[in-house]
Design a protein around this ligand. Structure first.
Ligand code: SF4
Ligand code: SF4
Ligand code: FES
Length: 512
């Protein structure tokens, strides 16, 4: 019989000063759930273990715990065959009552304060029925089982609990705002509940047993509703929106400046493989875009570029709710790529990737060309031998890789950058405690870096702690926003020794 070593964080605040781990051996059974393991421990090892469960069917939301650092309902979380050990802890951010039982009263009373039910006057002039299309639109939002997993996973709730209602509440407000029977101003409530603090990191979605897309279906939806109702955007967002409208980039840089980096390369404007350089790489990190071109030259593969016709991918617009302008800009980008004869569009920024890969098709359907992140190109080229890398002295480093939220959770790209890094001679890769789909947000997305830079760097400081735990010398990522925010977090934390690099720069430095 195989057994699993189950480490449980035990704590009785009424008698103990601090929590401690206890380890139990649990016989493994096929398709075993975490709750089965807890029940076994309770029955065979220690009847005093405190944990909650009721329905055993992922419906009541009572059994949520952290399993190997990720929150989820114990009754739904399967222990995969072959697992040697797992760690079970109480939900992060909630005070512990005993062992795995946490106090959700405070979070729940904040949730109750938004009156999370259809509100209407006694004599209701509005239709009492919702139309089928409307029900469909909010169906997923209504499926919440109030398990609190998303609150525990949310980097903003973890940082400023009192200033952000969190994903569970945002979901409810979005649901009620689209319910024709409800007469409350749910958008105003969302504003007062800190809706602009969400980084759109998708951590809530990644842990949600109902797979509710809170960032897109709730937060971005509420932000769009606010703009449509005439609520002015936050002043820094207003500046960025105006800049994108006038200059096609959020950095107030004249349009002609965008393509300046490409002059020496004389890239064609029509090609089967087109490079979408993006605003931040083109205007703030020219070494990055130049590295992409050098890599394509090293592979002896042609690459085209729209030049000054390229517009912001407009991810920043969508994130802050400016849907109409997003659609105009996105349409122009797609049309230009079609005119250029693109069979594939290559991007290097995680924000651009989410826009091209997920948001454009959502708004306009499939564009008729492939969208690839540069890490995928590099992975393929290295594997096939089209790209050969040599060891260079400065590459003799231990590095850790930060998954950008919009490349990882949003795009599902986890292996390509890691495989590329492993292929660079002299680099050894060390994972952070939170990685891949459970990776922690750096804090910069969703317009937070622009409007609340201090919040962005304080979330970034938490990520930096995870970087430090690895004892790696450098942190590498695939997103100029993440890289900038991690750099800023390093500066504000006074940890000047850390180097932050982009994957592309590392590969470019190792070209033979
Ligand atoms: S997307 Fe991230 S920041 Fe926004 S509510 Fe979800 S977990 Fe929180
Ligand atoms: S949104 Fe999902 S994760 Fe959050 S409380 Fe509801 S069911 Fe749980
Ligand atoms: S016991 Fe009800 S959700 Fe797990």
């Amino acid at each position: 019989m195989t057994t699993v070593r189950v480490k449980v964080l035990r704590f009785d605040p009424s008698t103990e000063a601090a929590p401690h781990f206890e380890e139990y051996l649990v016989p493994y059974t096929e398709k075993m759930r975490v709750l089965d393991a807890l029940n076994y421990i309770h029955e065979h090892h220690d009847g005093s273990l405190a944990y909650r469960w009721v329905c055993r069917a992922a419906q009541c939301g009572s059994c949520t715990v952290m399993v190997d650092g990720k929150p989820g309902p114990a009754c739904k979380t399967e222990i995969p065959a072959g697992t040697e050990a797992i760690t079970i802890e109480p939900l992060r951010t909630f005070p512990v009552i005993k062992d795995l039982v946490v106090d959700t009263d405070r979070a729940y009373s904040r949730f109750e304060a938004i009156q999370p039910y259809v509100q209407r006057p006694e004599v209701n002039a509005r239709p009492e029925l919702m139309l089928p299309g409307e029900v469909e639109e909010i169906k997923s939002l209504r499926s919440c089982i109030e398990c609190f997993a998303c609150l525990s996973a949310c980097p903003v709730v973890n940082e400023i609990q009192e200033e952000y209602l969190g994903p569970m509440g945002m979901r409810k407000l979005a649901e009620l705002s689209q319910d024709r029977r409800d007469t409350q101003d749910r958008v105003a409530m969302a504003l007062a509940s800190g809706m602009y603090n969400c980084t759109t990191c998708k951590n809530c979605w990644a842990v949600c047993p109902q797979e509710i897309k809170v960032p897109e279906k709730a937060v971005e939806k509420l932000r769009a509703m606010a703009l449509r109702k005439g609520v002015p955007p936050l002043p820094p967002h207003k500046v960025a929106i105006a800049s994108i409208r006038n200059y096609w980039n959020p950095w107030m840089a004249p349009r002609a400046q965008r393509a300046r980096w490409a002059k020496p390369y004389e890239l064609p404007t029509k090609c089967e493989t087109m490079f979408f350089a993006g605003c931040s790489p083109s205007l703030l990190k020219q070494n990055l875009v130049e590295s992409v071109v050098r890599i394509f030259r090293a592979m002896d593969e042609p690459i085209g570029y729209l030049g000054k016709e390229e517009r912001c991918c407009s991810s920043p617009l969508l994130r802050v709710g400016e849907v109409t302008m997003f659609e105009e800009m996105a349409k122009a980008n797609i049309e230009n790529m079609r005119k250029a004869g693109a069979k594939r569009v290559v991007v290097t920024c995680a924000g651009c990737y989410k826009a091209w890969k997920e948001d454009y098709p959502e708004h306009f359907g499939e564009p008729g060309f492939e969208v690839l992140h540069i890490s995928q190109i590099l992975e393929g080229a290295i594997a096939s031998g089209r790209l050969r890398l040599k060891a260079v002295p400065e590459n003799e480093v231990t590095i850790t890789y930060h998954d950008p939220c919009h490349l990882g959770r949003a795009g599902g790209i986890y292996d390509a950058p890691r495989n590329v890094l492993r292929a660079v001679p002299g680099i050894s890769l060390r994972e952070m405690s939170r990685n891949r789909e459970n990776s922690a947000c750096c804090g910069s997305g969703g317009g937070v870096k622009t409007a609340r830079p201090n919040l962005a760097t304080s979330i970034g400081a938490r990520r930096l702690d995870m970087v430090k735990e690895t004892n790696a010398q450098e942190v590498v990522s695939c997103c100029p926003w993440c890289e900038q925010n991690i750099e800023d977090s390093i500066k504000s934390a006074g940890s000047g020794e850390w180097k932050v690099r982009d994957l592309v720069d590392i590969v470019c430095a190792a070209l033979e």
